[in-house]
Structure formats: C-alpha cells, structure tokens
Design a protein around this ligand. Structure first.
Ligand SMILES: [Zn+2]
Ligand SMILES: [Zn+2]
Ligand SMILES: [Zn+2]
Length: 153
C-alpha cells in the first residue's frame, strides 16, 4: 500500500466521502453503508486497489463480501465519477475531483504504486485529433503513464 505521507490523509478521505454525498444527493441516488465502506477503502491511500482486496476487506461481512455485490458497488462509484478504473492495473483509484466528467491522465509509480491524476486538456485533444484523422470515433480514453514518482526518482 502506498503510505500517504506529507499531508493529512484523513482529510482526503473526508473530502471524498463528502463529495460522494453531495454528488449522490444531486443525482437522486444514495451513498449506502456499503458504498461508503468501499469508497473509503479505495481511498485508504493514493494507490490503486484491486476488487479482490476490497472483497478480502469485507470478508468479515459474509453477506456483503460477494463478488457481484462488490463489482456492482464499484460500478456505481465509477458511474458517479467517484473512482476511476486503471486498465493497466485492473484496479481502482479514487478521483480527487469528481463531479464533472473529465478525461484524466494517470501517472502510475511502478515502485511505490502512487497514482496521480492530472488533467491536461491538450493530451485529450491530441488523442481525439489523432483518432479522428484515423477515422476513429473516441468513446472513452484512459491515458496511463508508468514511471517513477517525485519521491521514488
Ligand atoms: Zn491523501
Ligand atoms: Zn478523475
Ligand atoms: Zn513512487
């Protein structure tokens, strides 16, 4: 797990749960206890979490710890924009700026696992432009960049 350091991580978790409540209220849905639990666990650090880690975490709750329940919950959080799925890791990471649709780019540290989301519109535009030139219609893009974070370099 990536150890959150250099900042008060409890604030990150509180902010994520607060955004979740606000977004759900706005979209007429609800953060159930299970959704809160899963979102808080995804936010346990700034690295990506695999679905089976969440399952293991919920292990004490036999009726909650069923794969379809966990996948449905992750799917919900994803649809609300609260988490992103990193394809290269097959894992989930909390979105620090949920609430508006965006094409983020993800910087993934291959040593400590830190995932940092950045928003560079020029990158999304360049991908769309290249795709259009190839006659391709973009539906979704995930730019995932592997490397070393500032601390691990
Ligand atoms: Zn944090
Ligand atoms: Zn995001
Ligand atoms: Zn690192």
């Amino acid at each position: 797990m990536h150890q959150a350091s250099g900042h008060n991580h409890r604030r990150c978790i509180a902010a994520a749960l607060h955004s979740a409540d606000r977004l759900c209220a706005g979209s007429g849905t609800r953060m159930t206890a299970l959704r809160r639990k899963v979102l808080a666990y995804v936010w346990r650090g700034h690295d990506a979490v695999k679905a089976y880690d969440i399952l293991a975490r919920l292990g004490g709750d036999a009726h909650l710890a069923k794969p379809p329940t966990v996948y449905r919950t992750l799917q919900f959080l994803r649809a609300q924009g609260l988490v992103h799925r990193l394809e290269s890791l097959n894992a989930f990471v909390g979105c620090p700026q949920p609430g508006k649709p965006h094409e983020g780019q993800f910087l993934i540290c291959s040593r400590c696992g830190l995932v940092r989301e950045i928003h560079e519109p020029a990158i999304a535009d360049a991908v769309a432009e290249g795709a259009t030139a190839a006659g391709f219609r973009v539906e979704r893009q995930m730019v995932e960049v592997q490397g070393l974070c500032a601390k691990c370099r």
